[in-house]
Design a protein around this ligand. Structure first.
Ligand SMILES: [Fe+2]
Length: 251
């Protein structure tokens, strides 16, 4: 196996493992309030994404990678053709949650759990750790891409069977159109292996970042660093979802 093949195989394996998380397995049986509680905790990670992106922008050495990361961050704050600010992605998340039946108070007054706060803090600490590594740009991009794009799409795709009970993906049909979850499920996803050119429907965020990884993964140390970061990103997401399941739910 080439170095990229090893990394790709490992990524696919971690994606499958997150899809198989006990919470996602139990999803069809989850009460609606329980589901909302998961989504409201998940919102705290969404709120932290701007900090994560800004940290990476400042931490990177490569101007070319910084430009890509910056452009992805700026998509979070769309504007119309006249430059007038539209609702940010966090506002769209809030709207999706309202359409799913959460109340304003429930969303705004729910406290962040100890686990969610820990996952958020450890995610920032992981980025700090990346700065000290010899492959710091590679490490930052690997962690960011897996934590904030690839796995986000896997999370939303796993949740979608329940979300789609009350949200739909287009303007047609009953129910409200999902403005946040569906969009991110499509635009963040991995879509293709790293190093594989798959332009169908344009590049996703995961693919835009993957484009920068290809040239950086050219030695054993680099593969090792990349694997370490995606493992860490996976563990943090796994830890986040573990808070919603009982030990007995584990196989
Ligand atoms: Fe994204």
């Amino acid at each position: 196996m080439t170095m990229l093949e090893r990394l790709n195989a490992h990524e696919r394996q971690l994606i499958q493992r997150l899809r198989g998380h006990p919470l996602f397995q139990r999803l069809p049986a989850l009460g609606w309030e329980e589901l909302l509680a998961v989504l409201i905790q998940r919102r705290f990670l969404s709120l932290s994404i701007v900090n994560i992106y800004e940290f990476v922008i400042d931490g990177l050495h490569s101007e070319a990678i910084r430009a890509t990361v910056r452009s992805i961050l700026h998509e979070e704050y769309p504007r119309n053709t006249r430059g007038v600010p539209l609702a940010s992605h966090r506002e769209l998340l809030f709207r999706d949650l309202l359409h799913l039946g959460a109340s304003r108070e429930q969303i705004l007054l729910s406290e962040e759990s100890v686990t969610t706060a820990l996952v958020r803090r450890q995610s920032m600490e992981q980025l700090q750790t990346c700065l000290h590594l010899t492959q710091s740009d590679l490490s930052l991009v690997c962690f960011l891409r897996f934590w904030a794009e690839v796995l986000v799409a896997v999370e939303y795709e796993s949740l979608w069977p329940r979300l789609s009970e009350r949200l739909n993906q287009g303007a047609a049909g009953g129910g409200a159109r999902s403005e946040f979850f569906y969009y991110h499920m499509m635009h963040d996803r991995r879509q293709a292996d790293i190093g594989e050119v798959e332009l169908l429907g344009g590049l996703t965020h995961a693919q835009e970042l993957a484009g920068h990884l290809v040239g950086l993964i050219d030695n054993e140390d680099a593969v090792h660093s990349a694997l370490e970061q995606i493992d860490r990103a996976w563990k943090l997401k796994d830890h986040f979802y573990n808070q919603f399941v009982q030990r007995a739910d584990y196989p």
